[in-house]
Write a protein that binds this ligand. Structure first.
Ligand SMILES: NC(=O)c1ccc[n+]([C@@H]2O[C@H](COP(=O)([O-])OP(=O)(O)OC[C@H]3O[C@@H](n4cnc5c(N)ncnc54)[C@H](OP(=O)(O)O)[C@@H]3O)[C@@H](O)[C@H]2O)c1
Length: 263
């Protein structure tokens, strides 16, 4: 534990906060997100229980913030990196706010890409390490009408992770990379994205349980719950046009009263 760190992005709430609680007995933690007070409150609580937590407030949708974070990690052995920070934008593609979507792509895609590359390079130099990208079951489906950019962003994460994992295995490197693909999880995500889940959600605790088990087993794509595994398999096997129509129906349920732009 002395110089062995776990870094968790998006640790100020939800899945990231739960990862922090679970990993704090085994590693020194570096907690990253924009809301400093939330991070500091969590760090104080975990430090009070014998943990070693430091906090970095950063808006990872800004490229520079990702490079600054890597600078802060210089000289530290990163045993685990949870690339979890992310958000969703919901609504008709023609009506959603472009700035908001670009911010989401900044954190869901650009930051995940930059940090995946730089952290894996660091882990190769260290001679080991484990990196988990928190994607979504959305990333396993062909497309998500009414949450178009979010689904596309998570598909990017799954594809990038699968390819990187294959390369690491092929090169015999002792470095793990995986993608966590949950369905609905009960966090602040729905409030931020302005959606109500169409399927029953699981707790962040259960989600992180599955994630840690999957990481221990070296699974590249980790899908918590049988229902979501089934939905993802059906989504893959059905013709894309059918799968996209079904996803559209589910997404419209999530939007509730929101305008879908349908005439
Ligand atoms: N909840 C679900 O149903 C669900 C399902 C599948 C996948 N996921 C994925 O799980 C991950 C965690 O989400 P969650 O469900 O735990 O939601 P959450 O409670 O809203 O947590 C999101 C975290 O990401 C951080 N974050 C967002 N934008 C950021 C930015 N620009 N820079 C730095 N940190 C940022 C937030 O912190 P600050 O606001 O303090 O910056 C927060 O800590 C996301 O990648 C999400 O796409 C969630």
């Amino acid at each position: 534990m002395r110089n062995s760190y776990a870094v968790i992005t998006g640790a100020s709430s939800g899945i990231g906060e739960e990862f922090a609680r679970r990993l704090c007995g085994s590693f020194r933690l570096i907690l990253v997100a924009r809301r400093r007070e939330r991070l500091e409150r969590l760090a104080e609580e975990l430090n009070g229980q014998g943990g070693h937590c430091a906090v970095i407030a950063a808006d990872l949708s800004e490229e520079e913030a990702c490079f600054r974070l890597m600078e802060e990690l210089r000289g530290k052995r990163i045993s685990v990196f949870i690339n979890n920070a992310g958000s969703g934008v919901c609504g008709s593609f023609l009506d959603t706010d472009l700035e908001g979507e670009l911010g989401m792509i900044g954190v869901n895609v650009r930051a995940v890409h930059i940090l995946t590359k730089l952290v894996l390079q660091k882990m190769r130099r260290q001679g080991g390490g484990r990196l988990l990208n928190v994607a979504s079951s959305a990333g396993l489906l062909p497309a998500g009408p009414y949450m178009a950019a979010y689904y596309a962003s998570k598909a990017y994460v799954v594809s990038l992770t699968r390819a990187a994992a294959r390369e690491l295995k092929g090169q015999g490197l002792p470095v793990y990379v995986g993608a966590l693909c949950p369905g609905p999880v009960d966090t602040e995500f729905g409030d931020v994205a302005g959606v109500a889940f169409a399927l029953r959600s699981i707790t962040a605790q259960r989600c992180v349980d599955c994630a840690l088990r999957g990481m221990r087993r070296g699974k590249t794509v980790i899908v918590p719950t049988v229902l979501i595994k089934l939905a993802a398999t059906m989504g893959r096997l059905a013709p894309p046009s059918v799968s996209v129509r079904i996803t559209e129906m589910q997404q419209k349920k999530k939007l509730g009263g929101q305008k879908t732009g349908q005439m």
